[in-house]
Design a protein. Structure first.
Length: 334
């Protein structure tokens, strides 16, 4: 009987290492460590509802640990795994205002830096909506053998070496790119492995889904209002109907649009004049993946990956997805 041939994440990483003739396995090792942490975080998330119920009955949870907020747990778990890889000299995460430098000898010589939102959309956990982890990896620009420095984390997105996300949804998937296309892996809990399920993801040039929080409509820029109105009227040439789909969890909204085609819109609003999403560890990694899958990512006027960050946690308006849809919105913004 023909065996069920699976390619695990580690097998894939090793097989694709040849994409980088000069690589000596450091990035492979880093991605493998990240994958292990993802499984640990996934296990905790899947029990979140249960633990919360039990945790609410007292201060100590079922494992006898202090009840930790899940996003803090995820942050600590990924930080520990990334440091254990020995390939990274420092990390910036949404949960920590300052850079975290890894100052053991091995890490100080690491050639990469890491940025992540450990658990984006964590407010959705209480209502069992999909959430995500988003990460990006750069080569450091500061001297090896010393602590990571701020300039390591303020590079343009075009200098990214790898980027990806985990979506904790009806199944748990890891989707990532190292600049040679986008591949998706689904966690098979029966064997505890991420298995290649979506090789070489390409996002459709056009889509019929637009994703935006229309509650902020009155404060949107005119170009965005025009685009939303366009989506709500049948296109005279194509009589293409559009569908509004908005989960309120970036990774979940982006992942659906990546596979089906569509545009995700988070403009500047009255409460978020620079937009809500963070450039370094939300917009840039998602933009890298979108472009690698044939899509586009913009702040309405500029390519997201070209933006030079001024500060670690700066925000940006964010329009990402099917190329033709983002370009149409940019025209209206122009
Ligand atoms: P709003 C989640 O809090 C998040 O950071 C993203 O995951 C999501 O796309 C966005 O905020 C939702 O924001 O204003 O629509 O609730």
């Amino acid at each position: 009987m023909k065996g069920y041939s699976i390619t695990t994440l580690n097998e894939f990483i090793i097989k694709r290492q040849t994409d980088f003739p000069y690589a000596k396995g450091e990035l492979s090792r880093l991605l493998s460590h990240f994958g292990i942490a993802a499984k640990i975080v996934n296990k905790k998330i899947n029990k979140a509802g249960l633990v919360d119920i039990l945790g609410a009955s007292g201060i100590i949870n079922v494992q006898g640990e202090d009840q930790k907020k899940l996003d803090v747990f995820a942050d600590e778990t990924f930080i520990a795994a990334i440091q254990a890889s020995g390939e990274v000299c420092g990390i910036v995460t949404e949960e920590n205002q300052e850079i975290i430098t890894f100052d053991d000898n091995l890490s100080r010589d690491g050639k990469y830096i890491f940025l992540m939102d450990p658990l984006d959309g964590s407010s959705n956990i209480d209502v069992n909506v999909s959430i995500g982890t988003i990460f990006s990896i750069y080569r450091r620009v500061s001297q090896r053998g010393h602590s990571a420095r701020a300039e390591d984390f303020l590079q343009e997105g075009t200098r990214m070496v790898a980027a990806g996300y985990i979506i904790y949804g009806s199944s748990t998937m890891l989707v990532y790119t190292t600049g040679k296309g986008v591949n998706g892996f689904t966690l098979d809990p029966s064997i505890g492995e991420f298995c290649l399920s979506h090789p070489d993801i390409r996002t459709p040039e056009f889509g019929s889904i637009y994703s935006v929080n229309e509650g902020h409509y009155l404060k949107f820029p005119d170009g965005v209002k025009k685009y939303i109105k366009y989506c709500q009227e049948l296109d005279p040439e194509t009589s293409r109907p559009y569908t509004s789909r908005y989960i309120g969890s970036l990774v979940a909204d982006f992942h659906r649009n990546l596979l089906k085609g569509g545009i995700f819109i988070y403009p500047s609003t009255a409460s978020s004049p620079k937009g809500k999403l963070r450039l370094a560890y939300e917009c840039n990694p998602i933009a890298f993946i979108a472009e690698q899958a044939g899509g586009k990512a913009s702040d309405g006027f500029n390519r997201i990956l070209d933006l030079k960050p001024d500060s670690l946690h700066q925000r940006s308006p964010f329009y990402v997805g099917s190329r033709a849809m983002v370009e149409h919105l940019e025209e209206l913004m122009g």
